[in-house]
Write a protein that binds this ligand. Structure first.
Ligand code: B12
Length: 252
C-alpha cells in the first residue's frame, strides 16, 4: 500500500513524500493530533520545492512563486486525499501550508498543527540553526503540507542532522530574529517579513482614530492602505526570505 500511495503522489509532481507514525509526531505547543483526526494513525507529509522565481529580487515575483506553489500543493493534497478515500476507505484531515488555523488571544501565531515537526517525524529533514527544516536534497528550500489519516503506514526512516552551523541565516536576518539559538523572535520576523500583516493593519486602524474626515480620506487613498488590502486579500504577503535564501545546503 505504501508503494502505491508513494507512486501516486510522486506521479502528481509532488517533489518528495514521507510517512510518519502519529505517535512519533511530537510538537509540544501544537494540538494533540487526535483533536485534528480522532482516529489518527499516520501522517503523510508532502514536500514541495519552490520555483526559482521565489528567489527573484522582486518581492511580488517571489510571492507569486509561493502562491503558485500553494495552489499546486492544495490541489495535490485534495487529489491524494480523494485517492485515499476511494481506494482505501481512509479517513483523512488535510493540514495546510499556513492558513486556516484557530486563533485565540494566547495562540495568535501558533498553528493547530506543526508542519516542521511532521516533516522531521516523516524523515523529510532535520531542524537547522534557522529553525527551518533542511531536506536532504532541497536543503531549506522546501515547503510542506500534510495529510493525517487513519491508515497504518510503515514510517519512513529518520534523517541525519544536515545543518553545518555556518550561521549565514543568522547573519543575513535583517530583523536579528534568529540571534537566540532554537528560537525565532516572531515579532521581529513579522515586522520584516510581513510589513503589511495584521500588526500593520491594527496600527493603520488606530492611526485613523481621531483624524478629520479629510485626513481619513487621504489615508485611505495612500499606497499603504492599498498594500494592506492586497496583503489581506492574499491571506499573507511575505517580503523577506533571507533565512531561507541564504542557506547554502542543497545548492548544486
Ligand atoms: C505562523 C508561521 C510563521 C510565523 C511564526 C512562526 C512560529 N510560530 O514560530 C512567522 C511569520 C514568524 C513565520 C516565518 C517564517 N516562516 Co513560517 N510558518 C508559520 C506556520 C503557518 C505555523 C507555525 C506554527 O505555529 N507551528 C506550530 C508550532 C507549535 O510548531 P513549529 O512551527 O514547528 O514551532 C516549533 C519548531 O520551530 C520548534 N523548533 C525550532 N527549532 C527547533 C530545533 C529543534 C532541534 C527542535 C526539536 C525543535 C525546534 O520549536 C517551535 C515551538 O515548539 C507554519 C506552517 C505550519 N502549520 O507548521 C509555517 C512554516 C513554519 N513557515 C515556513 C517558512 C518557510 C517561513 C519563512 C521562511 C517565511 C517568510 N518569508 O517569512 C519564515 C522563517 C522564519 C524562521 N526562520 O523561523 C515553513 C517552513 C518550511 C521549512 N523548510 O522548515 C512552514 C512549515 C510553512 C510550510 N508549510 O512549509 N512563520
Amino acid at each position: 500500500m505504501e508503494e502505491q500511495i508513494r507512486n501516486y503522489i510522486l506521479d502528481l509532481g509532488v517533489d518528495d513524500v514521507g510517512f510518519a507514525c502519529a505517535q512519533d509526531y511530537q510538537s509540544p505547543k501544537s494540538y494533540e493530533i487526535t483533536k485534528l483526526l480522532p482516529e489518527a494513525k499516520s501522517i503523510i507529509v508532502l514536500a514541495f520545492k519552490p520555483l526559482s522565481s521565489c528567489e527573484s529580487p522582486s518581492m511580488s515575483a517571489a510571492q507569486n512563486g509561493y502562491l503558485d506553489l500553494g495552489s499546486f500543493a492544495r490541489s495535490a493534497s485534495y487529489r491524494i486525499s480523494r485517492f485515499l478515500e476511494r481506494n482505501y476507505k481512509a479517513k483523512i484531515a488535510t493540514m495546510p501550508i499556513a492558513y486556516p488555523f484557530e486563533i485565540h488571544n494566547d495562540r495568535k501565531a501558533l498553528a493547530d498543527f506543526s508542519q516542521r515537526h511532521a516533516a522531521v517525524a516523516a524523515g523529510l529533514g532535520s531542524f537547522g540553526r534557522h529553525n527551518l527544516v533542511i531536506h536532504p536534497q532541497f536543503g531549506t528550500r522546501v515547503i510542506f503540507t500534510s495529510i493525517i489519516t487513519n491508515l497504518t503506514l510503515q514510517p519512513s526512516p529518520k534523517c541525519e542532522d544536515f545543518c553545518t552551523q555556518c550561521n549565514l541565516c543568522v547573519e543575513n536576518c535583517p530583523a536579528r530574529a534568529l540571534d537566540e539559538a532554537g528560537k525565532t523572535d516572531i515579532r521581529k520576523c513579522l515586522g520584516h517579513s510581513q510589513p503589511y500583516g495584521l500588526i500593520a493593519d491594527i496600527t493603520f486602524q488606530l492611526q485613523q482614530l481621531g483624524r478629520s474626515p479629510e485626513e481619513q480620506k487621504q489615508m485611505l487613498m495612500d499606497e499603504q492602505y492599498a498594500r494592506l488590502r492586497q496583503a489581506a486579500h492574499l491571506g499573507n504577503q511575505y517580503m523577506c526570505f533571507n533565512c531561507l535564501k541564504s542557506c547554502p545546503i542543497g545548492l548544486a
